[in-house]
Design a protein around this ligand. Structure first.
Ligand code: AMP
Length: 176
């Protein structure tokens, strides 16, 4: 069975952790564009240096480059039974460039105060206060509108991002 699932939610909603668990449970890979770009930024090239600067500022990598990378990644053989997507698309333009054809979108709904608290505690290298604010602003202005797009397709489910990790994972499993 081919499963194409997107976990969507703001930074700090726990989507990466939940995507890892779901990936193990369904035995299909997690595709994280954030991980792909963090790896890319460590390479020794002009493109890598550009990507690193964007990540450090919390801005979005170019849509066309992102869509191409995702499209190519999904053609690899480990994705033939499906995948859990974490981080793509981030805006409507990206879906227009490449739409992975999701069957289910799981929205991890989490209030903003909770996000700020978690993000400041996480301490990832690109988690400066400025980058966090930029990423949250971008999420609410550009990524959140995707929820309506998917709601209209009737494939969106909402799961609360508040609670303990295993409880949230159970809610996610029930929804798929
Ligand atoms: P994440 O780990 O999902 O928080 O992503 C980390 C960073 O990678 C983001 O702040 C962006 O700079 C970049 N990134 C991840 N996914 C995308 C995407 N779909 N489009 C553009 N940039 C992205």
């Amino acid at each position: 069975m081919m499963r194409r699932i997107l976990l969507i939610g703001p930074q700090g909603s726990g989507k990466s952790t939940q995507a890892d668990l779901l990936s193990q449970f369904l035995n299909i890979p997690k595709i994280s564009t954030g991980d792909i770009f963090r790896d890319l930024s460590k390479e020794n090239s002009e493109q890598a240096a550009k990507v690193k600067e964007i990540l450090d500022q919390g801005r979005l990598v170019d849509d066309t480059l992102t869509a191409t990378i995702v499209k190519n990644r999904l053609q690899e053989t480990d994705c033939q039974n499906g995948f859990i997507m974490d981080g793509y698309p981030r805006n409507i333009h990206q879906v227009q460039l490449f739409d992975p054809g999701f069957q289910k979108i799981i929205y991890l709904k989490t209030p903003k105060e909770e996000l700020l608290k978690r993000l400041m505690a996480r301490g990832r290298a690109d988690d400066t206060r400025e980058a966090i604010n930029t990423r949250l602003d971008l999420y609410f202005s550009q990524t959140q509108p995707l929820l309506d797009y998917y709601k209209n397709q009737g494939i969106l489910v909402e799961v609360s991002g508040i609670g303990d990790v295993s409880q949230i994972q159970n809610e996610i499993k029930k929804s798929i």
